[in-house]
Each structure stands twice: as structure tokens, then as C-alpha cells.
Design a protein around this ligand. Structure first.
Ligand code: AMP
Length: 497
């Protein structure tokens, strides 16, 4: 918080179109809010679910909770009642920060299941059992001065838990990754350094704050650098473009689908005035990278990370940003490629402690029983040291004994002028074990045969798609990642067809 106490009148956050909150006001509001949380019985180690669209009010509650030593649990605002219930039962919250009474009710209902209070099995003795009453806070609420009491703030050790972040669950049930204050700080500081993030910077932040991309990179990076950010509660290309110009912004962070959507806009000049555009959370196709650069004059900086290890690898700020590569390890991060599949392992101060209530899953990702985190991603390093992510181990297709990385086949298909986007999965096959199946969104008319012929120009025989299915869109999660299990379901022939 020290940086925020200097020059207290400096602008910090604003909701799009609304007034700015200054550093000084932000510090005061988080103090009042932390006091209100204390007055409602919340104590160090208590979990607080946070599920609401991005706003100043939400960030005030988030920072207040961290200052008090509570553990914040960001939860996707699109979760259904049963998904909410899964997280609530797992994390056993004592509080909730929401924007709607309905969401609060879903959380309280899940809390009131029989046995909830007795059955807590945390990751260690350091998390207290839940309180009997769920303390609900609305993100838009403000607290009065009388609420200020002598509550101890900002006294957290680096290894104290700060956030339990649920993985996006594209390959299974979401698991709660326990991140410490030290993890968050190390990540924000390394990005401040690597991306030359300065007080003068202004970020247009249109990412959801229930994922570490928006929260860990966007919000924490802004707070640690003492810069400012304009908050958008959803992503609309035209709104972002206008915000970049209206607020003289210097940075935009997005996921690949956002960049893809920018390309549908007639004018992208606004983006050209930024000093930095970053993409992450999923692979950015070379084609999108190239077209964005063509139209804005700026190469998107692609970086890599995971919920469990925050941001680890980034293209350089000052040197060449290469399409299809994620760059070099960030300060403090060590990487190794291990095993016959070249799985990427990460170690460093941003790597998490383990999963809540799941010792089995924790030991699976620390197979050596040491500090090396197995990401489940397959990587390569080129002769200049640039790392590229070639695929996920779980998505790796083994067909007739050969390994095929879906990403390579997707890039081959995307290089055809009639293809807008492609997603490739392995489908069960009696002959091959698995076979390569491609899903394609067309830009203009094209046949399956023509695309298979085109892909054979750059791909070995065994990598070519055996089948191509044309679709209008891909099933994606909130961060824009294609959900491969859902694609496989769509691609499975129904009886009689
Ligand atoms: P999450 O925990 O939801 O952030 O997902 C992490 C996963 O997203 C990683 O394990 C990668 O598979 C993928 N990912 C993140 N950034 C990139 C990137 N720049 N290129 C390719 N895959 C990425």
C-alpha cells in the first residue's frame, strides 16, 4: 500500500464513464470496508467468495479483505447454482462479496447444508472453520467513517494464503489453487519490471476479475506499479477502442478471442496509440497476431501463465515479439522441459502451495515432491531461447502411435483464406486409437476435401485431419478458451446418424 500513500490525489481506478477514485480515497475506503468486515465477525484466514462484475466497489472489497488477512475466493459470475454449490462446499466461506441478492442466496443456501460446519478439511491447520452466519457484502456498498475501529491491517507474512483461485476446469472439475501474498506480489512485481509498467501508465481492463488474468495481472499489477486503470464490466471491441482514446490509455491486456474480435472492427487506429498490448490465457494464433500488427502497427506481446503459477513466461518488451511463441522466463522464474513429451515445469516465487482439499491432485502436479510444478503443457525452445507452447498433454492426440499437437493442425488450417478459425481434437477411433478431427468456422465457402488437401501441404500424413466438421462457433469458457471435451461431444456421431 506504500506506493498509494504517496501523492494521495493521483487517479487510481474509474468505472467506464464514472468518476475516478484517487489513491488516498482508495486507501480510506479499503480501511473502512476492512473494518466493516471485522465488525461482521470476519477474521484472518476466513474465506470470502467474490463474485461480481468488475467495478471500483469490487476492488475496494477485494483489497480490504486482503489487508485484513481474509482469503479471497474469486468465483465466475456465470456459474450455475450447482457450480456455486461445488465451490462453496469446497472452500467453506464465512463471507461473500456479490452484486446481487440472488447470488448471495445461492451461496447461503449451499452453506446451510447439513454437516457443513463440522466437516471442514482444509489444506493445513492454518485455515479456520467457517462461521455460522455468512456475512454478505454488496460490491457497490460504501461504509461510513464511524465504522473505523482499531483493526490491524497489512500484517501478513508472505506465505499467508491470499487467494483461492479455482482453475477454469476445461479438463475436469475446478480445483481451488491456494495462492499466497508472496505469490501475488512476486507476480505483479515481475510484470511491472518486464513490461516497463510505470506510474504514468493507464490500463483499459475489460477482463473478468474472477480469473487471475484480470485480478492478478490487471488489478494487482496496477496497484503495485501505482498506475491507473479504467474498468469495463464486459468486453465490447468498440467500447474498448473508444475507452483507449477517451482516456489516453497506454495498455490493453486481453485474451486471444478479444483480438480476434477486434479484427471485425472497421477501424483499429485507436489501438495503435497504446504502448503495449498483451495477450495470454490461451494460444494467440499467428494469423491474428499478424493481422493485428498489420492494422495497428504494433506486435501483440504474448505471455504464458497458469492459475497455479501466475505469469511465468513473456515475450520481451524491448526485443522481437514472435507470433506463436511465448518468449522467455520472467524474472525469478525457472523452467525445465522434462520427459519424452517435453512437459513444461516451472519453479519460482509465483508457484502456488497446492490445491484445497485435494492432496492427490497436489502431488500429481508436484511429481518430484519438490518445488517443480508440472504445468501439463508441452513446450519447445528455439535456438534463440524463445519458448513456445505446442499443446497440452491432455489434448495431445496419439494416432496410430504418432503424437499430433492440435495447435499445429489448427495453424495449418487457419492459413487457408476461407478459414476464420479452427479447433482440433482427438476422437476415439477403432483403427487409430485416436483420430485427428477438426472443427472449422468458415470465412467463405470451402469444402472438407479442399481443406484436407491444403493441410497436406504443410502437415505429414498422420497429422492431417481425418474429418472436418463445419460449425458456426466453438464452445468456449469465460476466458475464451475452447472447451475440448465439449467439442468431442459435438463431434460424436449420435446413434443412427
Ligand atoms: P488457466 O489456469 O485458466 O489460466 O489456464 C492455464 C492454461 O492456459 C495453461 O496451462 C496453458 O495451457 C494455457 N495458456 C495460457 N497462456 C497461454 C499462451 N500464451 N499460449 C498457449 N497456452 C496458454
Amino acid at each position: 500500500m506504500r506506493i498509494l500513500e504517496r501523492e494521495p490525489e493521483r487517479e487510481l481506478f474509474c468505472d467506464l464513464g464514472g468518476p475516478w477514485i484517487s489513491r488516498g480515497e482508495f486507501v480510506t475506503r479499503t480501511e473502512r470496508c476492512a473494518n466493516a468486515m471485522w465488525a461482521r465477525g470476519l477474521r484472518r484466514g476466513d474465506r470470502v467468495i467474490m463474485s461480481a462484475p468488475a467495478s471500483i466497489g469490487l476492488i475496494v472489497h477485494y483489497v480490504a479483505a486482503l489487508r485484513l488477512g481474509l482469503v479471497v475466493v474469486p468465483m465466475n459470475t456465470a456459474y450455475t447454482r450447482s457450480e456455486v454449490s461445488h465451490v462453496v462446499k469446497d472452500v467453506k466461506p464465512s463471507g461473500a462479496i456479490v452484486d446481487s441478492a440472488e447470488r448471495a442466496e445461492w451461496i447461503s443456501d449451499a452453506v446451510s447444508i447439513p454437516g457443513f460446519f463440522s466437516a471442514f478439511a482444509g489444506p493445513g491447520a492454518d485455515l479456520p472453520p467457517p462461521k455460522s452466519d455468512l456475512a454478505v457484502f454488496f460490491a457497490q456498498d460504501e461504509y461510513r467513517e464511524e465504522d473505523i475501529k482499531e483493526v490491524v491491517l497489512d500484517q501478513l507474512e508472505l506465505d499467508a494464503p491470499a487467494i483461492i483461485a479455482y482453475t477454469s476446469g476445461t479438463t475436469g472439475r475446478p480445483k481451488g489453487a491456494i495462492l499466497t501474498h508472496g505469490n501475488l506480489l512476486a507476480s505483479a512485481k515481475s510484470l511491472n519490471l518486464a513490461w516497463r509498467w510505470r506510474e504514468e501508465d493507464r490500463l483499459v481492463l475489460a477482463l473478468p476479475l474472477f480469473h487471475m488474468h484480470g485480478l492478478g495481472v490487471g488489478v494487482n499489477g496496477t496497484l503495485c506499479s501505482g498506475s491507473s486503470a479504467v474498468l469495463l464490466d464486459k468486453f465490447e471491441p468498440a467500447t474498448v477502442l473508444k475507452a483507449v482514446t477517451d482516456y489516453s490509455a497506454s495498455m490493453f491486456f486481453g485474451v486471444p478471442t478479444m483480438y480476434q474480435r477486434f479484427l471485425d472492427e472497421s477501424s483499429l487506429e485507436g489501438l495503435g496509440s497504446l504502448r503495449l498490448m498483451v495477450s495470454g490465457s490461451a494460444p494467440l494464433s499467428k494469423e491474428v497476431h499478424r493481422r493485428i500488427e498489420e492494422r495497428t502497427g504494433m506486435a501483440v506481446l504474448e505471455r504464458y501463465g497458469t492459475t497455479e503459477s501466475l505469469i511465468n513466461i513473456s515475450n520481451p518488451y524491448d526485443f522481437e515479439r514472435i507470433a506463436g511463441k511465448v518468449g522467455f522466463p520472467l524474472p525469478g522464474v525457472e523452467v525445465i522441459l522434462s520427459g519424452e513429451n517435453s512437459e513444461l515445469f516451472i519453479s519460482g516465487p509465483t508457484v502456488f502451495k497446492g490445491y484445497l482439499n485435494d492432496a492427490g491432485a497436489t502431488s500429481d502436479v508436484f511429481p518430484g515432491g519438490d518445488r517443480w510444478f508440472a504445468t501439463g503443457d508441452i513446450a519447445q525452445v528455439d535456438e534463440r531461447g524463445y519458448i513456445s507452447i505446442v499443446g497440452r498433454l491432455k489434448d495431445l492426440i496419439i494416432t496410430g502411435g504418432y503424437n499430433v499437437y492440435p495447435k499445429e493442425v489448427e495453424e495449418a488450417l487457419r492459413s487457408h483464406a476461407a478459414v476464420l478459425d479452427a479447433a482440433v481434437v482427438g476422437m476415439e477411433s477403432e483403427t487409430w486409437g485416436e483420430e485427428v478431427v477438426a472443427f472449422v468456422i468458415k470465412r467463405s465457402d470451402v469444402s472438407e476435401r479442399e481443406l484436407i488437401r491444403h493441410s497436406s501441404e504443410s502437415l505429414a500424413n498422420f497429422k492431417r485431419p481425418k474429418k472436418i466438421l463445419f460449425v458456426n462457433e466453438f464452445p468456449r469458457n469465460a476466458l475464451g478458451k475452447v472447451v475440448s471435451s465439449e467439442l468431442r461431444r459435438i463431434g460424436t456421431p449420435t446413434q443412427g446418424s
